[in-house]
Design a protein around this ligand. Structure first.
Ligand code: DX5
Ligand code: ZN
Length: 221
């Protein structure tokens, strides 16, 4: 069985008390923290940058931080996030002129690298760079906002990505982002995902521990 990671997206956390929210959700059983970076250019929303990542590290957060860059361009901000304590740095292939170079930059900065695929972005961008990535992130909503509905064509795309990863024989995580809930996480896992971003599904509930436990119960079935 795959080693499943639950990755709460702090986009839906209470930003006024972010450090406590992250501490609480980790104590509730989260594995990694999904950190959504939006620039009001590549996506129509504006969120948080390296200073906030660094502040979480200074707050004592030691769990992996999974930085999802929804910014364009990416190269200038990658070293800043590495210095700020990012574990993973993933970006959208459309957001850089030189995909191979940007992936190499992430690794040269000491982080794990990944490519992110919008719902209509083909997986072909993985050709020739499987040796440079640690994570494939499939968007199951169009990026920019939390609380959207899961786009069902993502299930077939997950199956395709899972096959590419397995065929490569490499240790690459397959993450899904957008509209993940207790009632669809099992189907998503069966399609091949091993890392589950969930924002509103966790942070809109009063008891994060119960919600994460309910997700794990679905995964254990
Ligand atoms: C959307 C972000 C997601 C978002 C997911 O652009 O990348 O990480 O927070 O939110 P939910 O889980 O509410 O769909
Ligand atoms: Zn995200």
């Amino acid at each position: 069985m795959l080693d499943y990671f639950i990755a709460p997206s702090i986009l839906s956390a209470n930003f006024a008390r972010l450090g406590d929210e992250v501490t609480t959700v980790l104590a509730a059983g989260a594995d990694i923290i999904h950190f959504d970076v939006m620039d009001n250019h590549y996506v129509p929303n504006l969120t948080i940058g390296p200073l906030i990542c660094e502040a979480l590290r200074k707050h004592g957060i030691t769990a992996p931080i999974d930085v999802h860059l929804m910014v364009k361009p990416v190269d200038r901000i990658i070293p800043d996030f590495a210095k700020a304590g990012a574990t993973y740095i993933t970006f959208h292939p459309e957001a850089t002129e030189h995909i191979d170079r940007s992936l190499q930059l992430v690794r040269d900065c000491g982080c794990k690298s990944g490519l992110v695929f919008n719902p209509a972005t083909p997986l072909d961008y993985l050709n020739y760079v499987m040796d440079k990535i640690d994570m494939v992130l499939l968007m199951s909503v169009n990026p920019g906002f939390g609380g959207q509905s899961f786009i069902t064509s993502s299930l077939e795309k997950l199956r395709q990505a899972r096959k590419l990863i397995n065929d490569s024989g490499r240790d690459i995580r397959l993450e899904i982002d957008g509209g993940v809930k207790i009632d669809n996480i099992r189907e998503i896992a069966q399609a091949g995902a091993d890392t589950f971003v969930a924002g509103s599904a966790i942070f809109s509930t009063p008891d994060y521990r119960a919600t994460i436990a309910a997700m794990r119960a679905q995964l254990a079935k």
